[in-house]
Design a protein around this ligand. Structure first.
Ligand SMILES: [Zn+2]
Ligand SMILES: [Zn+2]
Length: 344
């Protein structure tokens, strides 16, 4: 029988449609992937075409006389602009803020054909370091209220440029969806005196049914009320409200964890399109005890349709427990041909 499950963090309901449940392997969509070259002459993100992008904000390595591994540039077609002052207007039922904000593009690699799932961990770590540096820099701007770090991989995930890249958008307002998550977490902390995410992690680690893998500093799992097949969360095991607080040793571990989760999806589900996003406390709430940052990966295997739009409820056709079991079995170290030691 199908089951409705409530997401403890958002209070949203999800229909786990076991009636039409599909075995995890049935979700694999084998598609013709066209051969991609490592260097594309017309691609603005490929090496040699640096002049086609707006001036660089940051690069790694920082030295300019060696080839870059990661570059940060302002988005040429930015959704928001850093060149205006945020001005709020309220006129009866109409309120607005002009289009102030920061919209960065992080070019993850000079190799047009590369994917995060197959990169060495040290390359992924360089990208995560760049995220953290920019995240902390932008957080210092008092005009910024919230920062979203995200990646769109593939057409179904909304990508417009093939070259591997991720983005960071900082806004002068916080959305209702994000605000409500903080409020639920704060209310839980007031009621029970503990972080709801720390409590959930403790329970999940005891039960072991939705855990995919555990490293020294991170846990990857399928959420109990997962809104989509193979939606995967990565949480720091230490309580930490902001992504900007990840320490150096933790960053190395996070790179391993992110790369191996993406590799499990890549090998297990035949390189699905996906989005990932880092949900972190706002700068003003960086040290709070009630919120816990995490990274959420959502493979785009199903489409949002009328029921989801009309009800705000998602239908997930794969049991989170079955998805976790499936992903646990994907041996990425063997498939990637790299030996990386996990602690468990
Ligand atoms: Zn390119
Ligand atoms: Zn916590």
């Amino acid at each position: 029988m199908s089951e409705l499950r409530q997401n403890f963090a958002t209070k949203e309901w999800v229909v786990i449609a076991t009636e039409r449940a599909r075995r995890p392997e049935e979700m694999v969509r084998h598609r013709e992937r066209k051969q991609v070259s490592s260097l594309v002459a017309t691609c603005p993100f490929c090496p040699g075409n640096e002049k086609l992008t707006p001036p660089e904000i940051l690069r790694s390595p920082a030295i300019t006389d060696v080839p870059w591994h990661v570059r940060v540039i302002p988005n040429k077609f930015a959704a928001l602009s850093r060149d205006v002052e945020p001005t709020r207007t309220v006129h009866r039922s109409c309120r607005s803020v002009n289009g102030f904000g920061v919209h960065d593009v992080i070019i993850e690699t000079p190799d047009h054909a590369q994917v995060l799932a197959l990169m060495p961990d040290s390359y992924v770590e360089e990208i995560l370091h760049i995220y953290k540096t920019r995240y902390n820099e932008i957080s210092l701007d008092p005009r910024i209220s919230h920062i979203t770090i995200f990646k769109n991989h593939g057409i179904d995930a909304g990508t417009s440029l093939e070259h591997p890249h991720s983005q960071m958008i900082a806004t002068p307002v916080t959305s209702l969806q994000v605000r409500e998550r903080f409020q639920h977490a704060l209310r839980y902390f007031d009621d029970f005196g503990e972080c709801m995410f720390c409590q959930m992690l403790e329970e999940e680690l005891q039960q072991q049914v939705r855990i995919i893998t555990v490293s020294e500093h991170f846990v990857a799992l399928e959420p109990y009320a997962s809104p989509a097949p193979f939606c995967t969360h990565i949480y720091p095991r230490r309580h930490m409200a902001s992504f900007g607080d990840v320490g150096a040793v933790e960053m190395t571990d996070l790179a391993y964890m992110l790369r191996s989760m993406l590799a499990k999806l890549y090998h297990g589900l035949a390189d699905p399109d996906f989005n990932f996003t880092i949900r972190s406390a706002a700068a003003e709430s960086a040290g709070v005890k009630y919120f816990h940052w995490y990274l959420s990966v959502i493979p785009r295997l199903t489409r949002v349709a009328g029921f989801e739009l009309g009800s705000g409820m998602f239908i997930n056709t794969v049991l989170p427990e079955a998805a976790a079991e499936f992903l646990r079995k994907v041996d990425v170290e063997r498939l990637n041909g790299t030996a990386v030691a996990a602690t468990s």
